[in-house]
Design a protein around this ligand. Structure first.
Ligand SMILES: [Fe+2]
Ligand SMILES: [Fe+2]
Length: 238
């Protein structure tokens, strides 16, 4: 049995159906990344309208946070081994991409315009703490007696870190560099495509096993950070 989370599972469905669902989600992640890439290159030539519709960097950061927090809420110590491993892997991948994007793009830009900030100073060390916990999780597995406690440590660390960013750093960026947020959002989208594309299949499989059937494809798109953008631009409905 492959479970997807909550009360909705793939129980009773045949393996071909399950595989086709996973395959469809992986293709959707690929398609989202591909569309984003082509639209970004079109945008280099033209389109002030695209500039206005691209999510700014603070909105993208909040979307990433919401994705990880939604996965945290689905975590249960007693969930199946397969489902727990998928949920943890989904969170680890999302956090790795997110922290790298912040360190390469958001923090340096904020540092240029902000006065000395204790919270900004401790952001990278807090990312390092999360990376250390992620390494520990990947080096063990759901059957290891330390696995749940390590994941709970990661949850606590991330909740604390996200609270600082959402209450201090993001409002500070919106106050001090409002005209830069769109450009930084496009930079972040471009870089995210590069970082996430090699992991599209993993993102699809772990998202399918983490979120309910009805929201898994959308969650995979949020992980690809382009779902709302692509839908908004093309008017596609899914
Ligand atoms: Fe961060
Ligand atoms: Fe963050």
């Amino acid at each position: 049995m492959i479970e997807t989370g909550g009360s909705e599972t793939y129980t009773g469905q045949n393996p071909e159906h399950i595989e086709s669902h996973i395959d469809a989600t992986r293709q959707e992640v690929d398609r989202t990344l591909g569309e984003l890439q082509s639209r970004l290159s079109v945008r280099r030539r033209m389109s002030a309208a695209f500039d206005r519709m691209t999510p700014d960097i603070t909105r993208m950061i909040r979307l990433d946070h919401a994705h990880v927090l939604a996965a945290f809420r689905r975590y249960r110590a007693r969930m199946s081994e397969v489902r727990k491993r998928a949920l943890v892997e989904n969170v680890c991948l999302a956090l790795e991409v997110h922290t790298q994007l912040e360190e390469e793009i958001f923090y340096p830009a904020l540092r240029q315009v902000a006065a000395a900030s204790e919270i900004l100073d401790k952001s990278v060390p807090e990312h390092e703490e999360a990376r250390m916990l992620i390494r520990s999780l990947r080096g063990t597995g759901p059957l290891d007696p330390t696995y749940d406690e390590t994941f709970r440590k990661l949850i606590r660390a991330v909740l604390h870190h996200v609270a600082d960013e959402e209450t201090v750093l993001l409002p500070l960026a919106e106050e001090l560099m409002p005209d830069e947020l769109g450009r930084l959002g496009r930079l972040m989208t471009q870089r995210r495509i590069e970082l996430l594309r090699p992991h599209a299949a993993e993102a699809a499989v772990t998202t399918i096993r983490t979120f309910p059937i009805g929201s898994a494809v959308a969650a995979a798109g949020v992980l690809a950070a382009g779902w709302l953008l692509v839908r908004g631009l093309t008017g596609r409905s899914h």
